[in-house]
Design a protein around this ligand. Structure first.
Ligand SMILES: [Fe+2]
Length: 587
């Protein structure tokens, strides 16, 4: 999709001089220059192929009868936006996310396919790269940099060092993704250090993730060549990292929203903006509909007092400068790839037209570029390797009438702590208790086809459902089942076995909501609208049944996530993350 500048040198030069004519000229542009922090009215832009050849007050020397000339009528014209850290191996296919992003003016996505790699390894990485090719949006990738979080407990797949070295030979693979288990860096884990060295030797970038790191640990991390972080939640963390030479991606997405906290302090401290970007870190379908994408970050930052040109620069030029792509992308200038947005006003920042590589992809709020659906191989749609479930698979046996159990106590959808409660038994089986807000929770290894599984207890969930199952869980991808009774839990699990992945809610022997995720159990092959509707129904049903949290889908997603405190459930057992030991569900 992308040309190299060296191949176009002569022809671009000729158009700029008027010796050759442009394919497309945009005239009467109010050009937002990310290079000079000004908007320049009555600018004309000449494009040949996928690149800009001329920018100035009069492009008439580049026009003949074959040149398409569009009068922009004084509207704003700026470079396409980028999301410098996102996860697009979630919910919908890249072709579906491409449409939504382009409508928001986002022409480049920097994807970290950590979920697909954790399920399908290098083969999955290669397949996912293909899914992002030949779309009318630029998708850059990184090799996931955080897997596995803890080798003692984790089953997640990852790339070997030699696979990483092969992967970065692809020009769309820019380096290593968020190295989120940062203690592997400060403890100089052998494989991690070799990966970092390979990236540096090949001129690749390494994305960081330094939640909780400071002082000497942060210094050690930065000295290892990791130069960005999207984890700061306040200005002090931003400043400490900027002072150490890092770049900051201010996160505004479905996992966290940090703009409101950080932007006002950046303004009051008159902080240098050149190393600041916005990123989403992944968006769920409802958030894209409700907020938008990077366009939302620009609108919010402007509302918080940032100069519009600065917000646009953070959303474009700074991202490409960070990824060493500034010679090709990030601004509208001769030689640059023609990724261009046209919009009416700085309040809504709603693109009326979007060009990617000189081709019109959005016009009047609609996608006008063809988007082909790729054939997905069957192997990646068959990842739930589990035998048929029965109620027995969810039983916890005890001879006592009453028994003390350890629980995973939900503090938020994401953070847990160890709990303890007394439960009753019936016919030798320990029962969940709606009154005590204690539910059963189970994890099964669906990826490797082992019989590994564990059943425990979940406290403070609140939702009076029969069974809630999900195949999408960071980064173990175990089948997680939460529920009040063994029969409904088995039905929920069997439903996902049949659909080969997704989320499902069961109550009283009936399926009430389901979101099939057919591709690797994490991505739906359905259109965006259907996915967002199914996603909304799942969460609403659980919330309406009394769940204490507003985003219940995050609960099975984070329950096995070893990078967060404090009690996690994986198919190999229930883990105390800090003590790095297993816990028995019953005492
Ligand atoms: Fe991330």
């Amino acid at each position: 999709m992308t040309s190299t500048l060296s191949k176009s040198l002569s022809s671009l030069n000729s158009v700029a001089m008027g010796d050759k004519k442009a394919n497309l000229v945009l005239k009467n542009c109010n050009l937002i220059s990310v290079y000079t922090r000004e908007s320049i009215p009555k600018t004309e832009i000449s494009i040949l192929g996928d690149r800009v050849a001329y920018v100035g007050p009069d492009a008439s020397h580049t026009v003949n009868q074959k040149t398409a000339v569009i009068d922009v009528k004084g509207k704003y014209v700026c470079p396409g936006f980028a999301d410098p850290h996102t996860h697009i191996d979630q919910f919908v296919l890249p072709s579906e996310i491409a449409k939504k992003s382009l409508l928001c003016g986002v022409t480049s996505l920097f994807s970290d396919p950590i979920d697909i790699v954790s399920i399908a390894g290098y083969k999955g990485f290669q397949e996912f790269l293909k899914l992002g090719e030949n779309l009318p949006i630029r998708i850059f990738q990184v090799v996931p940099g955080g897997l596995p979080v803890d080798r003692k407990f984790s089953n997640s797949k990852t790339l070997s060092l030699s696979q990483e070295k092969t992967a970065i030979k692809n020009s769309n693979v820019l380096g290593l993704g968020e190295v989120f288990s940062w203690t592997k860096v400060t403890l100089r884990d052998s494989k991690t250090m070799k990966s970092l060295a390979a990236m540096l030797d090949n001129g690749c970038i390494i994305n960081g993730h330094t939640a909780g790191a400071s002082g000497k640990k942060l210094n050690a991390y930065v000295s290892s060549g990791i130069l960005s972080c999207h984890e700061p939640t306040n200005f002090d963390q931003v400043l400490e990292r900027l002072r150490l030479g890092m770049w900051i991606m201010i996160r505004e997405g479905s996992i966290r929203r940090d703009l409101k906290e950080i932007i006002p302090k950046i303004l009051s401290h008159n902080t240098y903006l050149n190393r600041l970007m916005f990123c989403s870190d992944g968006l769920d379908p409802l958030d894209i509909i409700k907020y938008g994408h990077i366009d939302h970050c620009i609108r919010e930052a402007i509302k918080l007092g940032l100069e519009p040109i600065d917000a646009i620069t953070m959303a474009s030029k700074n991202c490409f400068d960070y990824y060493n792509l500034g010679k090709d992308l990030g601004g509208i200038a001769p030689g640059k790839l023609a990724d261009i947005i046209i919009f009416n006003d700085l309040k809504s920042v709603k693109p009326s037209k979007v060009f990617v590589g000189g081709k019109l992809v959005v016009s009047n709020g609609s996608i006008v570029a063809p988007i082909k659906k790729r054939v997905i191989p069957s192997w990646i749609k068959n990842t739930v390797k589990l035998k048929k479930f029965s109620s027995k698979d969810f039983e916890i046996i005890s001879k006592k009438k009453k028994i003390m159990v350890n629980t995973i106590f939900m503090q938020t959808e994401i953070i847990t702590k160890l709990g303890s409660v007394e439960l009753e038994t019936s016919d030798g089986k320990v029962l969940a208790s709606n009154d005590k807000d204690v539910w059963k929770v189970a994890a099964f290894d669906r990826i490797h086809g082992t019989q590994n599984h564990v059943v425990g207890f979940l406290e403070n969930f609140g939702g009076n459902i029969g069974g809630f199952a999900s195949t999408w869980s960071f980064h173990e991808n175990d089948l997680i089942v939460i529920g009040s009774n063994d029969f409904d839990m088995a039905l929920a699990a069997n439903t996902l076995r049949k659909t080969q992945g997704g989320l499902v809610v069961v109550k009283s022997g009936k399926i009430h909501a389901s979101l099939p995720l057919q591709l690797a159990g994490i991505i739906s092959t359905d259109p965006f609208k259907k996915v967002s509707s199914n996603f909304e129904k799942i969460n609403n049903f659980i919330i309406d049944s009394g769940c204490k949290f507003s985003r219940p889908h995050l609960i099975p997603l984070f329950l096995p996530f070893l990078a967060l405190p404090s009690i996690r459930i994986l198919s190999r057992g229930i883990v105390d993350v800090k003590k790095r030991s297993y816990i028995n569900p019953i005492n």
